[in-house]
Design a protein. Structure first.
Lengths: 273, 296
């Protein structure tokens, strides 16, 4: 099966200051994968994912979305396939009501009126925004505003969702809700990429992790492989979730403890067995 | 986005103008302001504009200046169009030619050209000052001459907010493009303006809280981290600024022969070409500006 995102020897050099942000990145992401992109600030995560939606173009190399080279395509053209949810919802939202906000994307794509209405209803149901429909997006709290930002992309029905720090600034309830929603998006067949520093999200929700350091992709593996790689974790100054660290520590003495644990539930299961 | 960022902030450099104390530069700018509002003479205003351009080249800020001028000049061209048909001049007006439903007047053409030169002269000198001075140096220098601390701070913060808001606009524009925003007309820009204005208001509110929580507005003597000294050459430039401003202002007010509004006669062909050129120039610019803003 052809990968939905294919990156071939991608370089990106910002003209201002001649900064190399991506060095020779190659990777494939298959349809329906749930991928986390991690690394320190300035490692190239955002530069990489902005290539997928066409906000940045390769300096060298190629990026293909669903087999199509992104170089000649405009952001507006790629938007039908790739939805980019910004870290700060205030950058996205402008309309007078949540409903109008949700209608904006699909109407830009030329979706027929009745289908727009249907998609808006689906989004309101999916994200639990029933009580917010007629409110101004700036009059609702930040956590819910962030959900509206995600919902405004959901109505465009892209094949790929790119979520930039989806849980930053969220309270615990909304964070858990976001985890569930990401899983639901994948269940609906979408490919989801999360740029994140939230290690619990990465451990419990994503299935594959891309680790960036100094503009390079230094590891591509499952959360268990990444978190148990001491060298990678040390060199990127990343720390696994506490329960994973605990599991890694006790595995050093007891090799027969099985897989690295990624969640409290897994630890409970391991302990009770 | 980078294409629509207009850098109205300091351009790093090491020219004599960069090394100067900001005070003489501010005085020069105020001097040009005074002279510009004291005369309509196009030679004097054109001269001030020309000297401002020489300073731009000399300070090596041409690239940044051109980006600003590319926006400002076409907008200022509308003055020629509007003034030619409705001059800001005491009546009676001298008719040059009828142009469709409008009449183009001699005083209007003259007034339009002089207003255009006035704006370009003032902004060019202001750009030289802003683009060659660190905001903190301007702040410190103004404080030294007794400018109230609060006013001073407002002035400097305004300068610092401009590039921040420009970047914000770029980010917001990208966010709308990635929602397949339609690519034509003013309506396309609107979705980006709302978040930028809301963001600006929120930023100012947060800034005011942040300032208060760090003792902004407390009484007593304040110290300054950044020290700006006045060299002999700065005093000389300051003195020169005073003398030139005083002398030129006196001259343009006293010498009545500098009123060229009647002595320069514009032919009908020139008037129509100028008005059409200015109008087309503005609309072409508006089209390019919208296209540049929406370019993916």
């Amino acid at each position: 099966m052809e990968p939905i995102i294919k990156v071939e020897n991608l370089w990106h050099i910002y003209p201002t200051g001649n900064v190399t942000a991506l060095r020779d990145i190659s990777l494939d992401i298959n349809r329906g994968e749930l991928v986390g992109v991690i690394g320190q600030n300035g490692s190239g995560k955002t530069t990489l994912v902005k290539q997928f939606v066409g906000l940045l173009k390769p300096t060298r190399g190629k990026v293909f979305i669903d087999g199509e080279d992104t170089a000649p395509l405009k952001v507006q053209e790629l938007a039908a396939k790739v939805g980019y949810v910004y870290q700060n919802p205030n950058h996205q939202l402008f309309a007078r009501t949540v409903q109008a906000e949700l209608e904006f994307g699909p109407t830009n794509l030329g979706v027929p009126e009745d289908e727009v209405a249907e998609r808006v209803e689906q989004a309101i149901e999916f994200f639990g925004l029933q009580d917010l429909r007629d409110l101004h997006p700036y009059r609702i709290g930040f956590p819910l505003r962030k959900l509206v930002g995600m919902a405004s992309i959901y109505t465009m029905k892209p094949d790929i969702f790119i979520l930039d720090e989806p849980t930053t600034g969220q309270d615990n309830v909304t964070t858990r809700k976001v985890y569930r929603l990401i899983g639901k998006l994948r269940d609906e067949g979408a490919t989801v990429l999360c740029v994140a520093h939230d290690m619990i999200l990465l451990a419990e929700v994503v299935e594959r992790m891309l680790v960036m350091r100094d503009s390079e992709l230094i590891m591509d593996g499952t959360p268990r492989q990444v978190f148990s790689n001491d060298e990678i974790m040390a060199s990127t100054h990343l720390t696994p979730p506490q329960i994973t660290s605990f599991s890694l520590r006790i595995r050093k003495d007891k090799q027969n403890l099985g897989d690295v644990v990624l969640s409290v539930n897994e630890m409970v299961k391991l302990a009770t067995n | 986005m980078q294409g629509v960022v207009i850098p109205i902030s300091m351009v790093p450099g090491n020219s004599t103008i960069h090394r100067m104390n900001p005070l003489p530069k501010l005085l020069w700018t105020i001097g040009i302001l005074v002279i510009s509002f004291s005369t309509r003479n196009i030679a004097v205003l054109g001269g001030a504009f020309f000297v401002g351009l020489l300073l731009v080249f000399y300070s090596r800020i041409t690239k940044a200046y051109v980006k600003v001028a590319m926006i400002l000049f076409p907008i200022s061209l509308t003055l020629i169009t509007l003034q030619s048909i409705a001059p800001a001049f005491p009546r009676p007006w001298t008719e040059i030619v009828g142009f469709g439903p409008f009449t183009i007047y001699q005083e209007g053409i003259y007034s339009g050209i002089s207003l255009l030169l006035r704006i370009m002269a003032m902004t060019t000198w202001a750009m030289v000052t802003i683009m060659t001075s660190h905001p903190s140096d301007i702040f410190t220098s103004l404080k030294k001459i007794g400018m109230p601390y609060v006013l001073n701070f407002v002035f400097v913060m305004t300068l610092q907010l401009i590039p921040i808001l420009q970047n914000e606009f770029g980010t917001v524009l990208n966010a709308q493009k990635s929602r397949a925003m339609k690519g034509s007309g003013f309506g396309a820009i609107l979705p980006s303006m709302v978040p930028v204005f809301v963001g600006a208001i929120e930023r100012v509110q947060q800034l005011s809280i942040s300032l208060e929580s760090r003792a902004f507005g407390s009484s007593g003597q304040k110290t300054s981290f950044r020290q700006v000294r006045m060299a002999f050459s700065d005093y000389f430039a300051l003195l020169l600024g005073f003398i030139v401003t005083g002398a030129v202002t006196y001259w343009v007010i006293v010498d009545k022969s500098l009123d060229w509004s009647q002595s320069i006669v514009f032919s009908p062909a020139f008037a129509i070409t100028l008005v059409l050129g200015a109008t087309i120039g503005f609309f072409v610019f508006a089209l390019f500006a919208i296209r540049a803003a929406l370019k993916a």
